[in-house]
Design a binder for this molecule. Structure first.
Ligand SMILES: [Zn+2]
Length: 293
């Protein structure tokens, strides 16, 4: 029987975050960490924010050892559900894309302040100051969680209990989240490519096949294929994930052209996590006998 080839080193990562969204490090620190890990190509894909690109590019130019590709991860709606798409290789100065993301950022900020205020009224130590004045342009619920955590308010049931608590605080000001087709169109019009982020996360809702059909229709060039699925709140057993990869392969063959893009990304939010996540990508590549890029 043929033994899978041992995968080589990981040379690119098309999915990482900085503190300009919900990551912990600056774009410069992320680029330095990427260089130290021997990466040759990197896309910084902050949530609904492309501001890291300029600083990342400048640091990369100074180091001369890594290529930075413009990236973004956009939270969007598809048939009433939520999905995330990755935009890669677009013009980071594109005005329409920048303006639409700025709307979402402003909405997120309003929602963040609303929740902090309601939590404070309920006697919880949600001080918005350090976060509202901090570097993040995309203030997410996790920032409120961190604000509470740093003030010593720990939810025994973790993040899940925290989000349930938020639901009890009334309706926040809405976030004008784009439909997937609109977000994809903005990236395409800015000269980029669109990929469906971590597709196996949606195998139940709306379902992998529905999702991939829609993704093809709204302009996805492919999917984020190798991803450290072992991590995160929705991580499953390796056997379950391997079976889902089989379904994904079959659907990609059926619905996408043979040259469809299959990227790899670690979704790292803190550079310290990076080596372990790169090991996971290598591990998945070996188990699935897929090339690393
Ligand atoms: Zn991400």
């Amino acid at each position: 029987m043929l033994q899978p080839r041992p995968p080589g080193p990981v040379r690119s990562d098309w999915h990482v975050h900085t503190h300009l969204s919900d990551g912990c490090a600056s774009p410069e620190q992320v680029v330095e960490a990427a260089v130290a890990l021997g990466l040759e190509r990197l896309a910084i894909t902050d949530h609904d924010c492309i501001a890291a690109h300029r600083a990342g590019r400048a640091r990369a130019a100074a180091r001369g050892r890594i290529e930075i590709v413009a990236g973004v991860e956009i939270d969007c709606l598809l048939e009433g559900g939520r999905i995330e798409i990755l935009g890669l290789g677009f013009d980071p100065e594109n005005e329409a894309l920048g303006a639409r993301l700025a709307e979402v950022q402003a909405d997120r900020r309003r929602r963040f302040l609303f929740y902090c205020e309601r939590l404070r009224e309920a006697g919880e130590p949600a001080d918005p100051e350090p976060w509202a004045c901090g570097p993040s342009l995309a203030l997410l619920k996790v920032h409120i969680y961190r604000a509470l955590e740093s003030a010593g308010r720990i939810y025994p049931g973790g993040y899940r209990e925290f989000t349930a608590r938020l639901e009890g605080l009334g309706a926040p000001p809405p976030v004008r989240t784009p439909e997937a087709a609109e977000a994809a169109r903005l990236i395409l019009q800015a000269g980029g490519r669109v990929l469906l982020a971590h597709p196996l996360y949606y195998h139940e809702r709306p379902g992998l096949e529905t999702l991939l059909r829609a993704a093809r229709e709204f302009g996805c060039a492919g999917v984020e294929y190798l991803y450290p699925y072992d991590f995160g709140p929705r991580g499953w057993s390796r056997d379950a994930a391997a079976e889902l990869f089989g379904r994904l392969d079959a659907l990609l063959l059926e619905l996408f052209p043979p040259e469809a893009e299959r990227t790899q990304g670690t979704d790292v939010h803190e550079p310290g996590e990076w080596p372990a996540r790169l090991d996971l990508l290598r591990d998945w590549a070996r188990r699935l006998d897929r090339p690393l890029r």
